[in-house]
Design a protein around this ligand. Structure first.
Ligand code: XLS
Ligand code: CA
Ligand code: CA
Length: 436
């Protein structure tokens, strides 16, 4: 049965096409900087938004019908979602998917029942994966929806809830490994606090680290060779979340000896919530060797929350791809953790959203490659720091210079010069020249 019978396949038609159900930039076999577009851009569908979210918000009911012809909260519905999801990905040429445990099946009061359902649905997903060649990018456990997690999962005050979280992680890891997932994500949705008056921050952080360590040990034991990811987010649902941003999360991983097994899953919308640009979060992760995967979406700077929009900002996507190319690519991929706006409620809109996002990143890739090939920005940066290439600068970099030596140099030279111009507007002009 086809759920999206208004379209056979979304094809590349080129930039002048007016067909909104075609790609204008995403041409999967086009080679850019020696690699196919599809290799630069391993796109993934987010199970929760695409197959689950129907537009419910704090003020109103859902507007989109995601029943896929079945009664919700049944295994028949879970299977219909698999069918719809694989048809959707195949028609778009999306090669990966990401999931939370409870996106796949309805959660039961009894976790044993939920786990049996996960076994059953993952068998079915495996069949579909074999049939289509579609793969799993990453899996995760939803440790924020169930009321048990009201005080967090790894950071909870209840040892029993902590064990429940462990059980969910163990099963989510089993399923991720069964589906050949490349990564496993920890998004610390409720790992944070509302008030310090009732919170032992040190205790909570140490307990989160313990849980992550157990997850790594178990994952490696069952043959998971991929990366664990932290997905930083500063707030929402909690007032303050421990994985505030990449720098904070990286410091945490190093403090607890988890840095060899973990990388970052950077989400654009979370970066801006933290008061950073998307590019900043990518750069900080990359220079620490921890740029793993990306949740490719977009926020709204006028709103203070996580809007999870399909990315359409070509400038931001260009800067993202610039960072990704410079970092040598991702070990993970680009997960569209994005949902249609509530009034965009038809199956066609699901396609428009993903086509918009895929084309935005394809355009970003093309433009980022042009910026790199143009070379003027790299040349500027090279020149900007060139005083460290010789003389006293070289001594500083060698690590041999002492404070006294540098002081003596400055006193003798009576340093009077200022550094050369930062040339920001010149560099922005280059970017605009290449973009438009
Ligand atoms: C929520 C997060 C979440 C993670 C996976 O803000 O983006 O969806 O990606 O748990
Ligand atoms: Ca996300
Ligand atoms: Ca989000």
């Amino acid at each position: 049965m086809a759920y999206f019978d208004f379209i056979e396949k979304v094809n590349f038609e080129g930039k002048d096409s007016k067909n909104a159900l075609a790609f204008r930039y995403y041409d999967k076999d086009r080679v850019i900087l020696g690699k196919k577009m599809s290799e630069h851009l391993p796109f993934a569908m987010a199970w929760w938004h695409t197959l689950g979210a129907c537009g419910v918000d704090m003020f109103g009911a859902g507007t989109a019908d995601k029943s896929f012809g079945s009664e919700k909260a049944t295994m028949a519905h879970a299977k219909a979602k698999v069918d719809a999801g694989f048809e959707f990905m195949s028609k778009l040429g999306i090669e990966y998917f990401c999931f939370h445990d409870v996106d796949l099946v309805p959660e039961d009061e009894d976790i044993n029942v939920t786990n049996a359902r996960l076994d059953e649905i993952s068998d079915y997903i495996l069949l579909k994966m074999k049939e289509t060649g579609i793969k799993c990018l990453w899996g995760t456990a939803n440790m924020f929806g169930n009321p048990k997690f009201m005080n967090g999962a790894g950071s909870t005050n209840s040892a029993e809830v902590y064990c429940f979280a462990a059980a969910q992680i163990k099963k989510a890891l089993d399923i991720t490994v069964k589906l050949g997932g490349k990564g496993y994500v920890f998004w610390g949705g409720r790992e944070g606090y509302e008030s310090l008056l009732n919170t032992d921050v040190r205790f909570e952080q140490e307990n989160i680290a313990r849980l992550m360590k157990m997850a790594v040990d178990y994952g490696r034991k069952i043959g998971f060779t991929g990366d664990f990811y932290i997905e930083p987010k500063p707030k929402e649902p909690m007032k303050h979340q421990y994985d505030f941003d990449a720098a904070t999360a990286i410091g945490f991983l190093r403090q607890y000896g988890l840095d060899k097994d973990f990388k970052m899953n950077i989400e654009a919308n979370h970066a801006t919530l933290a008061g950073h640009t998307f590019q900043h979060e990518l750069r900080i992760s990359a220079i620490n060797g921890m740029l793993g995967s990306i949740d490719a979406n977009q926020g709204d700077l006028l709103l203070g929350w996580d809007t999870d929009e399909f990315p359409f900002d070509a400038y931001e996507a260009t800067m993202c791809m610039y960072e990704v190319i410079k970092a040598g690519g991702l070990t993970g991929g680009f997960n569209f953790d994005a949902k249609n706006r509530r009034p965009s409620n038809t199956p066609e809109d699901m396609f428009y959203g993903h086509i918009l996002a895929m084309d935005t990143f394809a355009l970003g890739l093309i433009k980022a490659a042009e910026i790199i090939e143009d070379g003027r920005i790299d040349a500027f940066i090279e020149e900007k720091y060139s005083s460290f290439k010789e003389g006293i600068g070289e001594r500083i970099l060698s690590g041999e210079a002492t404070l006294e030596e540098l002081s003596a140099y400055a006193l003798e030279k009576k340093v009077t010069t200022n550094p050369a111009s930062g040339r920001q507007e010149y560099l922005q002009t280059i970017v605009n020249q290449i973009l438009f």
